[in-house]
Design a protein around this ligand. Sequence first.
Ligand code: SF4
Length: 338
Amino acid sequence: MIKLEPEILQAVEKPARYTGHELNAVHKDWDEVDCHFALAMADTYEVGMSNLGLKILYEVLNNRQDTACERVYAPWTDMEAIMRERSIPLFSLESFTEIKKFDFLGFTLQYEMIYSNILNMLDLAGIPIWAKDRNDEASFIVGGGPTVYNTEPIADFFDFFILGEGEEVISEVAETFVKWKREGKPGGRKGFLKEVAKLEGIYVPSFYNVKYNEKGYFSSIEPKEPEARAKIYKRVIKDLDSVHFVEKPVMPYIGIVHDRIMLELFRGCTRGCRFCQAGTSYRPIRERSREYLRGLARKLVDSSGYNEMSLTSLSSADYSCLGELVDDLFADFEGEKV
Ligand code: SF4
């Protein structure tokens, strides 16, 4: 367990980025679970804490009895300098455990500009940067999020990627890991990758031959292991009302970028603007029901204490019963100053 001395916290900007213990953070006994999962964003605490996908996956994983999920974000440069000077490894915000002790380190890949931060975080954690250099004891490095539709620039650094929406498949990954571990880890690291590659939506780069032409452009990709799929389809949640959504968001002690309830109305977008990646990659359009959202809004206000809520989607004004939902919410929270 990493212990941060008060003098360290007093020397850095925004020490609450590193102290954890926020309302709704989940603390589990490490010895009582089989799967330890660190969810990461290679950006500052304020940005990472604002990411809706991470909030959802944090609850999905922690809702599993056999799994403990904790958070880690990129330290700001002042903290990184101290960590390197004092040989403090990257640590999680719940149990202050060294990140390299986790079974998985999962990065959400929101934009390409943070790729270099990912490598820096791996280095700070003491985890080999190249996937090929990791031994059986090393954490599995996982990527998911909007940029996985072009993984090749970073494929050599990841053990596997999750394509598409993660609510269901992240739990399948944890389940596969727990089974593999309880069976005595057959086949070692590669044995687990062979198992996880069987899941729809999983891409294990080391199981494919990728060719480039004489100009250095990508030309082909072919599986080289029997478990690797020739085509990998992104995971899509068909019924958004049927999967878990955030109910108890972790409440920061400092201001974060998106510091309010995010009520996600729907995924996908019908507009098809030519310049927009999200409009294509999040297809098809799927709405949450008005009744479900109404119940969710109540739970979120009660569990967080927030008095502000955003109706979040790619194009929220296109929600088919937006007017009715807004009327419902005004009625439900009348007098509560939400
Ligand atoms: S998300 Fe916005 S920019 Fe993208 S296709 Fe929809 S309306 Fe257009």
